[in-house]
Design a protein around this ligand. Sequence first.
Ligand code: ADP
Ligand code: MG
Length: 740
Amino acid sequence: MKSDLPAELDFPLDRRLGKASAGKLEKQLGLKTVGDLLHHFPRRYLERGELTPIAELPYDEDVSLIARVQSANSRRMRTRKGMLLEVVVTDDTDGTLGRLHLSFFNGYKAEKELRVGVRALFSGKVGAYRDHLTLTNPTYVVLDEDADLDEDIARRPIPVYPATAALASPKIADAVAVLLDGLQGASLTDPVPERIRRRDGLPRMVEAFEMIHRPAELSDAYRARHRFRYQEALVLQTELARRRALTELEDATARPSREGGLLDRFDADLPFTLTAGQADVGQQISADLARPHPMNRLLQGEVGSGKTLVALRAMLQVIDAGGQAALLAPTEVLAAQHYASITRTLGPLAEGGLLGGDDEGTRVRLLTGSMTTAQRRAAMLDIASGEAGIVVGTHALLSENVQFADLGLVVVDEQHRFGVEQRDVLRSRGRSTPHLLVMTATPIPRTVAMTVFGDLEVSTLAELPAGRAPISTHLAPLADHPGWEARIWQRAREEIDAGRQVYVVCPKIGDREEEPGSDPGLLPGTAEPAGTGIQRELASVAAVYERLSSLPALAGTRIGMLHGRMEPQEKAAVMEGFNRGTVDLLVATTVIEVGVDVPNATLMVILDADRFGISQLHQLRGRVGRGGLPGTCLLVTGLENGHPSRERLDAVASTTDGFELSRRDLELRREGDILGAAQSGGRSTLRLLRAVQDEALIAQARDDAQLLIRQDPELAEFPALAAAISRYLDPEAQAFLDRG
Ligand code: ADP
Ligand code: MG
């Protein structure tokens, strides 16, 4: 592949620019190659004819603006040698807001050029002195309004680059101009195949570089930007399509369904009918499992949409075909619950070989770190011999030295903690790669599914089983209504008196010094800092438990607590108590987030709810309203009205549509956060693509990529695309190519 690289883009910058300017670009902006600099796109454009509103300049940031010189005065400096030129520029608006003070030390040249009335493009970092905004020693380019300037050039928009104080936007533009002049007439092979460029009317790459850096008019810049967005999407999607194609080639044991087997008998005894979605997805999965290549499927659906049931049916098909299935949960508590619920759901079918059990039944085994050595040994034996058809555990199950007789299917509950590396561990296990089903209750918007999880096929359960009661969610802002707190515990009391159960969720544990959100049950990166800089004491499980235990309003109720740092036996005992109804109110961290299923729980109070992310809140509240009884979720916050973090709470209170919420989540967060958190290694952020707005573009690129890879798996006909992929995946290594 290397020999086909369109080498120009991979040349080190110092081959095309002076050493000094190449060094500066690398030091200031990390740009090493011609391609790096050409892909360093302007953030926006200034129109030459328009002055920039000075009042809107951000303080303490590097800016570029066009302004007119209002006054210029130079004077000797008193304490130092030399002169100081003080220039006041204006945006021609009335009043003082539209003025900016520039100072130039020894600005002899500026003194000549920046005469009153001259318009220029200034770049520098905005500071403040006394009551006015300042730029110190800004760089500038005089914009001549003289008639002798080419009118065409005079109308061109001016690019504004992401810049630093030491390397201002015009300097970057100069360096880019050198590269662009060097490209004149060059025919770089284009990563975007010609057929697609023609179809969509996209400019060629060299042309597009020119248009985005030196647009004749703004519409050029936008056309070029669109082209590079598409290119980025295509590069990413082609790589993902290539990976899918490689997976396709891997071998797996086919696990076709067997008539009259466990699955058939399970279905026959099912006390309800499958939802249409469950039936459809079930058929897809069944067909996947019957093929001699590994399934890689993501199953998404709201909490309670019946994913676990779909997974269980897949496991039974694999057992019918002579294989074993492993179910991995993110925590031991959840593993234990899955174990209990699967055993319950299977009934006699899970008692294979046991007295009173089903002769053809299978066995379900739990394997966790907190079991005694003897228990573990017994479980391991069943797993190794194949007696155990279903093994439930945490992710440690994969890394530990657990021998399966014939592992045919791995089901993972929750995708967040199951990244690409773990999937690779999976592939390296066993005689052939097991089939993989990943379940997630966090709805993943299509774009993210297509990018971050682009090497998985995605199935969705869109509807909830009939008879599910609605959850109503209310915001309880204590800053605005301090009296509501008493009312909340009163409400909890009423639920309990009516025979129901209550969750109280806290953002931290509180048994010792800790970071907020440090409980292992909390998804990484979801609790965002309050952002005000004002330290608030966050509700902790320990403190709330203590307070509620002595609260008169709750006298006589049975209160328990649960968090990730308790001893496993303690945890199990508390969960068991809550399951059986001997605990009325459970104070917990987010360890209850996934999988806990207590139909009798009807009220959830989330304290300091602003500390949780949107999807986490949505998932948490899915714990109530499961038993046909309407659920209520109270989002308690100390934030004042108008605080930016309240937006998330308002969003969660306003809808129960998980897809809508994940869209809002994406819009409120920076995309880099999402993609960065979920993708490991390589370049994790997208340059131009925007996860929400560019959905259609990404979908198109995905289809195009699929077709390309199907026709030409090695991309032999598309060396420039192949090169763009390797550049995208490994920008570091690329800088060394052709060096020296
Ligand atoms: P999820 O894993 O998506 O949260 P589960 O599979 O755990 O959902 O299902 C939640 C509850 O709904 C379980 O008690 C399950 O038995 C029940 N359930 C699943 N599918 C159906 C269905 N088609 N009709 C009625 N109840 C169902
Ligand atoms: Mg579940």
